[in-house]
Design a protein around this ligand. Structure first.
Ligand code: COA
Ligand code: UVW
Length: 339
């Protein structure tokens, strides 16, 4: 089964409640209608109620029983949520009044719904910037137990006829950590490998990317990738990981044979770890806009509960896919908690 079909099918089976923090955006309402029609998830839309209802009317639809609308301005949950925010941020000098003001912001309200168990995961960022969505997720939901670094990845689906290699690939970090040091790059690799397995049920093959393969160039940034690879290998000796490699040596078996004949990846990596956000963000947009890949993300990893971002250039279909991915992550949070 194709990875996206599998993710959509698993989401439909789990029936999670996913919050969209930009509930008034036409793409959010379109994605809600599609998610309900395909039975992918229950949806909570956060935003001004009148505007959200107007969007449904414009689309000739009405919210069904699987859709909740939460208007922070009138919500009966606001006191409970503001108190939770206050308790989470009082050590930073936040006052109860400031907590109430923060809780009325749709992104904070949505993250608080997840934090308090009123919903299973949240999606925003079709309008807001990544920085706003990520800061809210870190502050309200917080890192998973034992996780030091929150990072992000794109699930890249190569499914066009011209894609020689089809299937799901991970590009990380393409959305969040701007300039990771070696320790952080190793952490991104380890978490991304785990995310790949969670979403595809497949074995991760991790390439640590650089502009150099096996010492073909020498520079501090190349050394960083070599060190990061060593740290990740030491932390998880069973992980199939190699670096430093250029993208062609990680993706094209013939090039791998000539540039890195000893590589255990053999030019068949499926998880690509970029040395910094510049390369990761630019690479995903080129693969999407020139290469025709489906790009789902930025998917956040290392959080206690799922909270995901979008590109402001996203379509309602991208949002639908992100709802399904968020539901899949929520299912894994549940499984880990039960284990
Ligand atoms: C995500 C981002 C906003 C965090 O930036 P920041 O300036 O460090 O944020 P702040 O200093 O306000 O930190 C907010 C909190 O998050 C924590 N934090 C920041 N980055 C973190 C990370 N990667 N993992 C875990 N915690 C993190 C900080 O420790 C801080 O915690 P505190 O408030 O409890 O002290 C920043 O990394 C960023 O702008 N990234 C690029 C996003 C972007 O533009 N991407 C391109 C488009 S996708
Ligand atoms: C992920 C990303 O690049 O987001 P945006 O396009 O909104 O900046």
């Amino acid at each position: 089964m194709k990875p996206l079909e599998m993710i959509l099918r698993n989401a439909a089976r789990s029936q999670k409640k996913i919050v969209l923090s930009e509930g008034h955006d036409p793409r959010a309402v379109q994605a809600t209608i599609a998610a309900r029609k395909q039975g992918i998830a229950r949806i909570a839309l956060v935003g001004p109620e009148a505007e959200i209802r107007a969007r449904f009317e414009e689309l000739g639809a009405v919210p069904d029983e699987g859709v909740e609308i939460h208007d922070p301005a009138t919500s009966p949950l606001i006191d409970e949520l503001a108190e939770v925010f206050f308790q989470r941020r009082r050590h930073k000098g936040v006052t109860p009044e400031q907590a109430m003001e923060a809780a009325r912001s749709p992104h904070v309200f949505a993250a608080l719904l997840v934090r308090t168990g009123h919903a299973d995961g949240t999606v925003g960022g079709a309008v807001a910037t990544t920085a706003e969505i990520v800061r809210t997720a870190i502050q309200v939901i917080g890192p998973a137990p034992g996780a030091k670094l929150v990072s992000s990845f794109f699930l890249m689906l190569f499914c066009q006829t011209h894609h020689i290699k089809k299937g799901a690939h991970v590009f990380a970090d393409s959305g969040l950590v701007v300039d990771p040091n070696a320790e952080e790059m190793a952490q991104i690799a380890l978490t991304s490998a785990q995310s790949y397995t969670e979403l595809t049920s497949d074995i991760p093959r991790v390439a640590m990317l650089s502009f150099s393969t096996r010492g073909s160039a020498s520079h501090n940034s190349v050394s960083k990738v070599v060190t990061a690879t060593g740290i990740a290998k030491a932390a998880n000796p069973a992980l199939l990981i190699d670096g430093e490699l250029q993208f062609d040596a990680a993706f094209v078996p013939d090039v791998a044979a000539s540039k890195a004949g000893d590589s255990a990846l053999g030019g068949n990596a499926n998880v690509f770890i970029f040395p910094n956000l510049e390369s990761g963000n630019i690479a995903y947009k080129i693969a999407q806009r020139v290469g025709g890949a489906v790009a789902i993300g930025p998917i956040l990893q290392g959080l206690a509960k799922p909270a995901n971002d979008l590109s402001r250039g996203c379509t309602s279909e991208d949002l639908l896919h992100m709802i399904a991915v968020t539901a899949a992550q929520a299912e894994h949070v549940l499984i880990s908690a039960e284990a």
